[in-house]
Design a protein. Structure first.
Length: 143
């Protein structure tokens, strides 16, 4: 949930170890019920809502391998790879040859993420996006 809690404890105080597990899973699809993932070993499927996903939802593409944090048998967070390739769904037309000005424009990825990209990027281009910052890294290929 992104909340922080500060507490003070006495020395020697004992704590119960939480029931936490990291599971490698594959993102399958998104529908009205949420985001569906499958455990590659047991083929068990889980679904998480957009609220549970947080910003991770903007980096999910089909068949992406992720790590799901399970707490007391309930998925609570998703760890996506450091960078993912996303397709530009909407952007103003690119300006050919404008690669050195440093100017940027907004582009909406097919996942809904809005990223500032160089002016030469067009709709349909596939871009590498840094998932820790949400920033454009490079163009992987053109449409």
């Amino acid at each position: 949930t992104g909340q922080n809690l500060e507490s003070t404890f006495k020395s020697g105080e004992k704590f119960e170890i939480p029931n936490v597990e990291n599971k490698e899973m594959t993102f399958l699809y998104k529908d009205e019920s949420g985001y569906s993932f499958m455990d590659q070993e047991s083929f068990e499927q889980i679904t998480m809502t957009g609220d549970e996903m947080g910003d991770s939802q903007y980096y999910l593409v089909e068949n992406l391998k992720v790590v799901v944090l399970i707490y007391n048998d309930k998925p609570v967070a998703v760890d996506v790879p450091k960078a993912v390739n996303l397709k530009v769904a909407k952007s103003d037309p690119g300006i050919k040859g404008d690669r050195v000005s440093g100017a940027t424009k907004p582009a909406t990825m097919d996942t809904g993420l809005v990223v500032q990209v160089p002016l030469h990027i067009n709709e349909g281009d596939v871009l590498r996006i840094d998932t820790s910052t949400g920033d454009y890294v490079e163009r992987v290929n053109q449409k």
